[in-house]
Write a new protein. Sequence first.
Length: 208
Amino acid sequence: MFITYIIIAVTVIVSMLAFNRPAMLSEFMMNPYNVKTKGQYYRFITSGFIHQDHMHLIMNMFSLYFFGLVIETIFGMIFGGWGAVYYILLYLMAIVVSDLPSFFKHKSNPRYNSLGASGGVSAVIFASIVFQPTQDICLFIKICLPGFILGTAYIIYSYFQGKKANDNINHDAHLYGAAFGFIFCVIIYPPSIPNFFKEIMSWRMFDM
């Protein structure tokens, strides 16, 4: 269980450096126009390691810390040594996949930029929900809801937030990253889907 720590450390270091280097921030951002016209495909990855501000960074890394350790452990138990490979693939692929809709939507707009690890973090959170759908997730310590309920609310919130977003944070990445995390787990471990619904149906609210 060390990959989560490495991802957090790299992200924090790169983000902190970019905070004080506007040129670096601009170079690492997801800019669909530059990707299309200049072939700067590296932006699909680098944009996931920089953040808008300290709060944006803290929130993403705080979430990754808790859910990343859970998924790293689960993948390790299921896949053994390959668990680390699947975990890295989940995170990095989610960052890329969550940027694809924005790329196709804004590839002719040179002014559009986005950044943040939201796609990767959302994928990890929803991977955790796939394996532990009824496990409580707590917000602000006192507000706790089962993962599948909070996950549904999260998707709805991300959808509407993406519609009205007016900053460089790619709010749509929350939605697409979450979907990718769910699908990724179903593909690499098919038994996860019947177990997911079995746990939900056995949740106390559904007991007859």
